[in-house]
Design a protein around this ligand. Structure first.
Ligand code: ZN
Length: 321
């Protein structure tokens, strides 16, 4: 909602703008308008921005970001935004083109994952670690760089996202820079505490049982953070396609070979394939959250705690085989 400015204030503001920053992008007075790609990023922005920004996620909270097909009104939301927050490492697939085409040239683009070394999408070391220089389409190169984009599943790295977002907001709106940075600092601390909480929660799972089998390949940073082994993602690489018969057979073989007692579906994907795998290998199917929220889980902290509980339930020593 736009504020109405009394004429005198508006005139003096114009004078100030004219004197000091006529050459910069002219942001309308009033709250900073921010769009994010995912709902998780929206939550991080709200934490850093406080009550004064309008924040909208472009991708619905329960949808897969890799395969999201942006409806037409997304272009307008992007065109109106002062700040656009993307994950980085091509998480958002097709949506990035729409961002590049429709953003205002003076809008600030924040790449939440900036400065975090990426794992390769196939779990080796090192995706490309470009700086934040613009690519051909004008977006920061990191927005579309190669590498595994799912860093937020390590709460320490989620904390880095929040700090990056705070710094980006401070650049976009210097009048409140100190507030953005301070809120981001506090929220980052909260996420680092969450990591300790989760590590304690996961203690009932002994090292020999810390094997995760999931549908899509989102859990490499999580596995590294909490000393799990990512045995298999049924769907290798980016989401948005169907696993092949070979992918399925390979996963069944791995589950049997390693005696993994449970496999994990994700709410934004059909669970049919994973349920077939579980039937063939005679193991349970439980749920993990990765890129999207689901029923009863509408925040990052809720989703990470739900993940901790589901892992203890499926892999802890008390779990039935
Ligand atoms: Zn993903």
């Amino acid at each position: 909602m736009r504020k109405h400015w009394p004429l005198a204030v508006a005139l003096s503001l114009l004078a100030v703008l004219g004197a000091s920053c006529a050459s910069e992008g002219e942001r309308a007075p009033g709250p900073l308008r921010v769009v994010t790609t995912t709902a998780i990023l929206e939550e991080f922005v709200r934490a850093a921005a406080g009550p004064d920004a309008q924040v909208v996620a472009l991708i619905p909270a329960g949808s897969d970001p890799h395969s999201f097909e942006p409806p037409p009104q997304v272009a307008q939301d992007i065109a109106r935004a002062d700040v656009i927050v993307v994950n980085g490492y091509h998480l958002e697939g097709n949506l990035l083109e729409v961002v590049a085409e429709n953003r205002r040239k003076d809008a600030t683009v924040i790449v939440a994952a900036e400065g975090i070394p990426a794992l390769a999408a196939d779990h080796g070391e090192g995706g490309s670690a470009h700086g934040n220089e613009p690519a051909a389409d004008g977006l920061p190169a990191l927005a579309e760089a190669e590498g595994d984009p799912h860093m937020w599943l390590d709460p320490d790295l989620a904390a880095r996202y929040v700090e990056n977002i705070g710094a980006g907001l401070a650049t976009a709106d210097p009048t409140q820079a100190a507030e953005y940075r301070e809120r981001a600092r506090q929220h980052a601390e909260r996420l680092r505490n969450l990591k300790q909480e989760l590590a304690s929660m996961l203690e009932p799972i002994p090292p020999g049982r810390r094997n995760i089998v999931v549908f899509h390949d989102a859990f490499a940073y999580f596995a590294r953070a909490f000393a799990f082994d990512l045995v298999a993602g049924v769907l290798p690489g980016e989401g948005g396609r169907e696993p092949s018969a070979r992918d399925v057979a390979d996963t069944v073989a791995l589950v049997r070979q390693q005696g993994v007692p449970a496999v994990y579906r994700e709410p934004q994907f059909s669970s049919a394939v994973l349920e077939g795998i579980a039937r063939e290998a005679d193991v349970r199917v439980l749920e993990l959250y990765s890129d999207a929220f689901g029923q009863g889980v509408s925040s990052y902290e809720e989703m990470m705690r739900a993940n901790g509980q589901a892992l203890v339930l499926g892999l802890g020593t008390a779990a039935a085989r």
